[in-house]
Design a protein around this ligand. Structure first.
Ligand SMILES: Cc1cc2nc3c(=O)[nH]c(=O)nc-3n(C[C@H](O)[C@H](O)[C@H](O)COP(=O)(O)O)c2cc1C
Length: 270
């Protein structure tokens, strides 16, 4: 098995998988190691992991996740959920005061959920399996919650697919590490520092998009001439979609008991 450093150096998201199943013993080992080896706020372990392997359910997940093909290929899909249901049931059983059905509870559980998802990721990757996260989870929170039968104060935060890689993509570049590191206090980058940080990324990212005929045609049509413009265009992270989606997510939090029902969640005109 690889060390953590080797695993991180080898990481790349995998989007093509062989049909090989993952032995149950490996799944059990990875999940056990992740649960027992990940820090946890108050050691309350406010998450759950739902495993999807059944082909019919996988197809439903595929639909909910924007029809990303690799979901159908990968033998295992894991939905990581912020979950206070189990803890709250235990509190009730013992006559303790209820808690965590509030926004702070949601925030704590969502953080824990991301921590456990990355521990599980490293466990699989260290054994040579490939994974890809699916941000689409947040866009279909309510539907996924219904699909998986999640109870009150339990919501999906992220999802990974896992399997034997059938590709070895190039490593994706990152901004230079110094872009993320601040000594003692936050150093706002000036224009020339921004130019410097983003130059390589802009060139390689743009090249990658332009190599895909469908994306190139969309950019030509939409007058999109740079990577930054692409990122917030209607084809990627569209602000016109993010604003109403944010309100929908708040509504889901309300319905699932993480926000008070008396809170008004209407969009105000600017
Ligand atoms: C929270 C999260 C959500 C992501 N969602 C998706 C997704 O929906 N589809 C996808 O193909 N990749 C997704 N990715 C993978 C990223 O695109 C990928 O990590 C990034 O481009 C860097 O590439 P690398 O992981 O190969 O280093 C996601 C990654 C994270 C961390």
């Amino acid at each position: 098995m690889q060390t953590v450093a080797q695993t991180l150096r080898e990481h790349r998201s995998i989007r093509q998988f062989k049909p090989d199943e993952i032995p149950q013993s490996i799944i059990d080992e990875v999940l056990h190691e992740a649960v027992t080896g990940t820090s946890s706020s108050g050691n309350l372990n406010s998450y759950s992991m739902v495993l999807t392997r059944d082909p019919v359910r996988k197809r439903q997940m595929y639909k909910l996740h924007g029809e990303q093909e690799f979901i159908l290929q990968a033998p295992l899909v894991i939905t990581f959920c912020a979950d206070w249901y189990r803890t709250r049931q235990w509190l009730k059983l013992r006559g303790a005061r209820d808690n965590f059905n509030n926004f702070l509870g949601y925030q704590v559980a969502a953080n824990e959920t991301m921590l456990i998802s990355q521990s599980v990721t490293l466990g699989f990757e260290a054994r040579g399996y490939g994974i890809c996260y699916m941000g689409s989870t947040l866009h279909a929170m309510q539907e996924i919650a219904e699909q998986l039968g999640l109870p009150e104060t339990c919501l999906p935060i992220t999802t990974i697919v896992v399997g034997v890689p059938d590709e070895r993509p190039e490593r994706r570049e990152r901004l230079p590490t110094r872009s993320f590191v601040h000594d003692e206090t936050y150093q706002k980058p000036n224009t020339s520092e921004l130019e410097d940080m983003y130059q390589a990324r802009e060139e390689s990212g743009w090249e990658r998009y332009m190599a895909v005929p469908r994306l190139k045609a969309m950019c030509d049509e939409g007058g999109i001439t740079s990577l930054a413009q692409m990122y917030t265009s209607p084809y990627k992270y569209d602000p016109d979609h993010y604003v109403p989606k944010s309100l929908q997510i708040l509504e889901v939090l309300q319905q699932r008991g993480f926000l008070p029902s008396k809170l008004s969640l209407t969009q105000t005109e600017e």
